[in-house]
Design a protein around this ligand. Sequence first.
Ligand code: UMP
Length: 199
Amino acid sequence: SPRNLRVLLDMDGVLADFEGQFLKRFREKYPHDPFVPLEERSGFYVTKQYYDLGQDIGTKAFSIYEEKGFFLNLQPIEGALEAAREMAEMEGVDVYICTSPIKKYTHCVVEKYQWLDKHLGKEWMERMILTRDKTVINGDLLIDDKPNITGGMNPPMWQHVLFTSWHNRDVVPQGSQIRLDGWLPHSNWRDILEQKRQE
Ligand code: UMP
């Protein structure tokens, strides 16, 4: 029988609502500063867009996701946990979490494990892959909201499924990239897996 399909799931922007929590915390912590509404987000790096509002605003933006509790308190994206559980239960499918921690690792790294434990449970610790270079990870599909994923392996083994987020909704998928618009019931993620399995 054919080998299992390996699906790599990104965390921030795919399972966990990084953008929503960032904006909420920024506005709570800096109520008198300018901010970028979600509808106006563009570009993967939220900090870059905040730096464009001023050096001090950029520094403040950094301080938001470097603070203790930020990554642990991210809300699950709608439908994501249900989809992840269903995918993990599928016959012939192996699911991994593939996520890049920030360079200031102190809270981020442990809180990513805590988040996964809290929302999906201990057995998911086995699935965790932390890396700053996703191109060297072996997989059939990578579901990720970052448009340009580069690194040491070119091309990577996986096909990139670009998960829609505020910052990438105007990005035109490049090459073999395909788009996935969310995890809600109408979502076509099952078809994408089925299609890949048949290649
Ligand atoms: N990240 C930044 N700066 C930003 C936006 C995100 O460092 O402006 C970090 C937060 C996450 C990581 O830890 O990038 C997301 O990486 P992916 O695993 O989603 O590629």
